[in-house]
Design a protein around this ligand. Sequence first.
Ligand code: CDP
Ligand code: CDP
Length: 213
Amino acid sequence: MPVIAIDGPVASGKGTLARRLAKALNFAYLDTGSLYRAVASLVLARGSDPNDSVLAAKVADSFTADDIDRDDLREEKVGQAASIVAANQEVRKSLLEFQRNFAKTPPNNHLGAVLDGRDIGTVVCPSAEIKLFISATPEVRAERRHKELLGRGDQSIYARVLEDLRERDERDRNRDTAPLRAADDAVVLDTSDMDADKAFTLAKKLIDERLSA
Ligand code: CDP
Ligand code: CDP
């Protein structure tokens, strides 16, 4: 089964692209960030600190697919807590099998799988047929996330969104286990000056060429 790995920093547009590609190709889609967000949400729901590594590891150990349905996953505070639990080696180990099973046996008879995250091309699916690394400047990404938050009625301030995004990027890039980076064989797509349609058209063309080769 072909696997498409899409990695990139906060609000680079990887989720939007991955979802559209999965739909166009009839592939199953997994937003792996939602797994880390689910673990973070469960830790926060207990009134606990995401830096409590023993608790985070325990929560991740009993993770199930149903946890992805929690209501607060898209909140910024959950994103920040997710990047804290994601630096925990035991948490990453527990979530690895779920992600690899999804890629190996995509649910609902899909013809392949698209996974997006930070370490799909480097750790989760190092032999993926296609690897994309989506980037954009921090300012452009913060604008995108800010617009999204406003659209959801969250009156956040742009400067605060930019600051949170930089903090999360820094943590994701500098952790010891599975840091955010492009795999050596990934195609890097800088979308700073591209809308979502353009990014999709470029990526789809590249994938069609690779899959038919
Ligand atoms: O998944 P990730 O955090 O990387 O980003 P996203 O949630 O897919 O995208 C963030 C926002 O950027 C969405 O509102 C998209 O419509 C917009 N966007 C995009 O996805 N791609 C572009 N090239 C430009 C904007
Ligand atoms: O959508 P956005 O880019 O804001 O974040 P996300 O993809 O939902 O991921 C939330 C957090 O989970 C990230 O900041 C990472 O710390 C972590 N994550 C990870 O470590 N590895 C992945 N494969 C996916 C997410």
